[in-house]
Design a protein around this ligand. Structure first.
Ligand code: AMP
Length: 228
């Protein structure tokens, strides 16, 4: 019998871009995909938060942009991603989560992929309405060290306020406050959603309803990958 898991193993060189508003479930879905496909999740948000925690010069520069909900400048992000995608663990594919976020970043990624002789296999857009995002972000809790994301109602940890694997404390991100979330959504509509047209020409874009429950969204994503 040709089962889903063996199919996925054969397809483990997939390069997937998850696109969608902040708090729309990209990180949560990426975590499922890394287990299924055995490829890394590359989240610029997680990478930047690590720089902030370690107080590197990049982190010190990025922190103010991040806390106010603004985007970190394109050249900083592109430099960071250039290094990351050349890493050995990216040879077998990866899931991009939160990058690219602007047209200049997408153009930079196109050039980088060309240099690496790679191409994206799928761009999956997870659509969620703004008011639902604000609602979701208010309940979001994060395990900072791993990037694991929970929600007090939709995806609660086994023990309240604690990470399932390490039992360490879960935190509310500074940029999950309503005013900051509204600003991030405005930036998403103005700067990031034009990427959907950018990738439409490559015929790799699929859109899914991110307002379904988490496992239904996962199933939709699996269907898309299966078809590609
Ligand atoms: P995220 O965890 O993806 O929601 O990212 C958190 C914050 O990090 C964003 O609000 C931005 O300030 C910054 N950030 C993450 N990825 C990018 C990116 N590709 N371009 C610019 N800023 C980014």
């Amino acid at each position: 019998m040709y089962c889903w898991d063996s199919y996925l193993n054969e397809r483990s060189t997939m390069k997937i871009l998850l696109l969608g508003p902040p708090g729309g479930g990209k990180g949560t879905q990426a975590k499922f995909l890394i287990e299924k496909l055995n490829i890394p999740q590359i989240s610029t948000g997680d990478m930047l938060r690590e720089h902030v925690t370690k107080q590197t010069s990049l982190g010190i520069k990025a922190k103010e942009y991040m806390n106010s909900g603004a985007l970190v400048p394109d050249e900083v992000i592109l430099g960071m991603m250039h290094e990351r995608l050349e890493n050995e663990d990216c040879k077998n594919g990866y899931i991009l989560d939160g990058f690219p976020r602007t047209i200049p970043q997408a153009v930079g990624l196109d050039k980088l992929l060309e240099k690496l002789k790679q191409a994206l296999d799928a761009v999956i857009v997870i659509d969620v309405k703004d008011d639902n995002i604000v609602d979701r972000m208010g309940g979001r809790r994060v395990h900072m060290a791993s990037g694991r994301v929970y929600h007090i109602i939709y995806n609660p940890p086994k023990i309240e306020g604690k990470d399932d694997e390490t039992q360490e404390d879960l935190l509310i991100r500074e940029d999950d406050k309503e005013e900051t979330v509204r600003k991030r959504l405005e930036i998403y509509h103005n700067e990031t959603s034009p990427l959907i047209s950018h990738y439409k020409n490559q015929n790799i874009v699929s859109r899914i309803n991110g307002e379904l429950n988490i496992s239904d969204v996962s199933q939709e994503i699996e269907k898309i990958i299966n078809l590609n």
